[in-house]
Design a protein around this ligand. Structure first.
Ligand SMILES: Nc1ncnc2c1ncn2[C@@H]1O[C@H](COP(=O)(O)OP(=O)(O)OP(=O)(O)O)[C@@H](O)[C@H]1O
Ligand SMILES: [Mg+2]
Length: 247
């Protein structure tokens, strides 16, 4: 589904941040990326999603067999790449529901499809908000305005379930979540997961990986993947930190 080869990227007019990333994600897989602060984890997810402040200087990002490096972020979203943000934006005056309706219909339009019918949309909203324990009044609030950390994260997972992407990239979904919210988010991700889609999860905490079982755990440090293992690697990192991997 996603094949990244020798990816180098820098900030526009700035230093190189990604220094040769190789990563292969197949349908049905969950990959976790861990690593020290400033390693380049958020940069990697932004580069996959196509954020314009980064420039790819070498390598390829192939999504379903196509190099997407030149694609605009919205084209990537339409192709089925979803990314949550470590620091989500506030959109005053646009409700949670209207934002997601617009996003869904934009994707359909890009594929030459009609808008989703009101009844189907309502059903989907109901199903997914119930799954995440989101209350009705929350759905009519302005997007991210005054949202608590946990509410922001819940909303991101809601967006993911609604948009039903092929590849979901979640950046630090556990930051600021209390135990119950963490559980709900994890359940949301687990109910999203199927044999046709994939998840790339960036996290600092092994705890989240107790609930969302990753197939692979990668350690990103100084712009490179320095170790890949299975979920036991996360336990090892929890115990030993990162020092033993850095020289
Ligand atoms: N837009 C930017 N402008 C300047 N520096 C940037 C920018 N984006 C990233 N960097 C720098 O690139 C490095 C990697 O940042 P990045 O946010 O990818 O790290 P991270 O692994 O996600 O860290 P954390 O665990 O703290 O979230 C850092 O040194 C950061 O300051
Ligand atoms: Mg980050």
């Amino acid at each position: 589904m996603l094949t990244i080869k020798n990816l180098h990227a820098k900030i526009q007019d700035g230093a190189e941040i990604l220094k040769g990333i190789n990563l292969q994600i197949n349908p049905g897989e969950v990959h976790a990326i861990m690593g020290p602060n400033g390693a380049g984890k958020s940069t990697l997810s932004s580069v996959i999603a196509g954020k314009e402040e980064y420039e790819v200087t070498d390598g390829e990002v192939n999504f379903e067999g196509e190099n997407i490096v030149e694609d605009a972020p919205e084209d990537r979203a339409h192709k089925g790449i979803f990314m949550s943000f470590q620091y989500p934006v506030e959109i005053p005056g646009v409700s949670v529901t209207n934002f997601i309706k617009a996003a869904i219909n934009e994707t359909r339009k890009a594929k030459g499809e009609e808008d989703m019918g009101a009844k189907e949309m309502l059903g989907l909203i109901r199903e997914n908000s119930e799954k995440l324990g989101i209350k009705k009044d929350f759905l009519s609030r302005s997007l991210n305005e005054g949202f608590s950390g946990g509410e922001k994260k819940r909303n991101e997972i809601f967006q993911m379930l609604m948009l039903n992407p092929k590849l979901a990239i979640l950046d630090e979904t556990d930051s600021g979540l209390d135990i119950d919210a963490l559980r709900i988010v994890a359940d949301g991700v687990n109910s999203f997961k199927n044999q046709g889609n994939a998840v790339l999860l960036i996290t600092h905490y092994q705890r989240l990986l107790d609930y969302i079982q990753p197939d692979f755990v990668h350690v990103l440090a100084d712009g490179k993947i320095i170790k890949t293992g299975d979920k036991t690697l996360a336990l090892e990192l929890e115990e030993k930190g990162y020092d033993w991997l850095l020289n």
